[in-house]
Design a protein around this ligand. Structure first.
Ligand code: KIV
Ligand code: ZN
Length: 521
């Protein structure tokens, strides 16, 4: 039986619960702005995601605002707000989703012995009481309540079953079995979900959900094992973004179910042709580049270089491709772009790559494209993607690079002259360092009168060749806030300076504690 034949059979429908904006945003450095979250939520809604977990409303005013704005705007998806098993959290989540056409409170409590002993300092009986109280409280606010047992995969099954039973009795309609620390194997996880469904009375009245982290690289395999065991909701994120090693990747779950319907006779509501575009937008918003060989959406996922593979592909694409690039929204046809291309061709190219820019952004991007085409003979799609992502990311920056000059001598002096626009004021200075990049970063720190900790600095080439653009990536930490910045330029040092500024500008975004030292002038 294939997925098409199953479409009328709701018991085979797997609900996709996207938590990019909640668990995904919890990745260190992945903070997104309200505008970015609204754009992502709209794309998720349009591509057929069933439930969007839009945030953790008690975490900050910014999170509350994002959840309530997404709730007001959503057209089809259920909008969920996360809440700990604490009355104030549940009230706050209830208030945030109040205006949703369809809203959900998702409340969770730890169930494993290690969490109970060290984090909660509660007995099993106390936890059971908390489950009943908090689910009942949530049910008084809304009909749709999901309950999660945090660290379920390290919880004795008898106790987990008692918690699930209490949550169902108190009115939860979705029960989530998280592999919070990514510890399970597919066999373990299959057995756990299967046995819980067997053991708990009234389990057939609720939907069971998977929520698997990727610490051992098994999040997608575990989620699919959970579905085979009877779960009918999968919690996942775009690009697998999420705490530590991330969550199960939405695009992999969707395409695995679709491509292997012969052994997994299920279906989802997702229009997979949106996957490539949303992957790029999330990577850009969260400042988390997608690894080249990432399944489904990586730059090499549909690229073939070896002669044998290319030969096979030219004879019949099925020789080396188990799904078509078009099925996930990657256009295989490509227009050659260069310095003779005009606005029309550039706009067409952007549309083909999934971008829609406002007038000003388009003009800026077009100008940068022309500048690049003057310096670089071959302009690849990757160059344009990097350029536009860069343009979109820097549109609202408070601090901009105006000029940069670097002198570096072997075995000695590394000096940089920098001119910045700091919130409308021109700042010029000369600074030295252990190397060129060190001199540049020192100059910026002196100009902005702040000293964020450099967590990561990296550079890679966007394409091949010595004229390839440099893609620089900087991660900064200040007052417990971690942010990333990225920039692409034909020159590595300019890219590094702009990436540092991009991260620093993000530190200045008014979210949580103000970035100390910033803008003290
Ligand atoms: O990983 C986890 O356990 C969670 C819960 C809040 C569902 O993210
Ligand atoms: Zn999680």
């Amino acid at each position: 039986m294939n997925a098409e034949n199953n479409k009328n059979n709701n018991k085979d429908k797997v609900l996709i619960f996207d938590t990019t904006l909640r668990d995904g945003e919890q990745s260190p450095g992945a903070t997104m702005t309200l505008e970015e979250k609204l754009e992502i939520a709209e794309l998720l809604d349009n591509m057929g995601v069933d439930i969007i977990e839009a945030g953790f409303p008690i975490a900050s005013n910014g999170d509350f605002e994002a959840v309530s704005e997404i709730a007001k705007r959503s057209k089809n998806a259920v909008i969920a707000g996360l809440a700990r098993a604490i009355p104030a959290d549940i009230d706050r989540a209830g208030a945030a989703i109040k205006h949703a056409r369809r809203g959900r409170i998702h409340t969770f409590v730890s169930t494993s012995p290690i969490h109970l002993a060290h984090q909660m300092k509660k007995s099993q009986d106390e936890v059971l009481e908390i489950v009943t109280k908090t689910v009942s409280q949530a049910r008084n606010l809304i009909d749709d309540v999901e309950w999660s047992g945090m660290d379920a995969t390290r919880t004795p099954i008898d106790f987990l079953a008692r918690c699930v039973e209490a949550a169902i009795k108190a009115g939860a309609s979705t029960i989530n079995i998280p592999d919070t620390v990514g510890y399970a194997t597919p066999e373990d996880y299959f057995q756990l979900v299967y046995n819980i469904i067997e053991m708990v009375p009234d389990s057939d009245k609720v939907i069971f959900s998977t929520h698997c982290h990727n610490d051992l690289g098994m999040a997608v395999a575990n989620s699919l094992a959970g579905v085979r065991a009877g779960a009918r909701q999968v919690e996942c994120t775009i690009n697998g973004l999420g705490e530590r090693a991330g969550n199960a990747a939405l695009e992999e779950i969707v395409m695995a179910i679709r491509t292997r319907s012969d052994i997994m006779p299920f279906f989802t509501n997702i229009d997979a042709t949106h996957l490539a575009k949303i992957s790029k937008i999330v990577a850009m918003a969260a400042n988390f580049p997608v690894q080249y060989n990432k399944a489904i959406v990586g730059k090499n996922a549909f690229a073939h270089e070896s002669g044998i593979h290319q030969d096979g592909m030219l004879k019949n694409a099925q020789t080396y491709e188990i799904m078509t690039p078009e099925s996930v929204g990657i256009k295989s046809t490509s227009y050659v772009m260069g310095k003779h291309s005009g606005r029309h061709a550039f706009k067409k190219k952007l549309a083909e790559l999934g971008y829609e820019l406002g007038d000003n952004q388009f003009q800026e991007a077009f100008q940068r494209f022309k500048d690049l085409a003057d310096k670089k003979k071959n302009i690849y799609d990757e160059d344009i993607i990097a350029l536009v992502d860069d343009e979109m990311g820097s549109a609202n920056d408070k601090i901009k690079l105006l000029e940069l000059e670097v002198i570096s001598k072997t075995g000695g002096e590394h000096r940089c002259f920098i001119k910045l626009d700091v919130d409308g004021e021109e700042v010029k200075l000369i600074e030295e360092g252990q190397g060129s990049v060190d001199a540049i970063f020192n100059a910026i720190k002196r100009a902005v009168k702040a000293n964020p900790h450099l967590v990561l600095y990296g550079v890679d080439a966007v394409t091949g060749g010595t004229d390839a653009q440099a893609n620089a990536h900087v991660r900064l930490e200040m007052n417990g806030k971690i942010v990333s910045g990225r920039a692409t330029e034909p020159d590595t040092l300019v890219a590094s300076a702009r990436a540092y500024l991009s991260a620093y500008n993000r530190l200045l975004l008014d979210r949580g504690a103000p970035a100390q030292g910033a803008m003290e002038r």
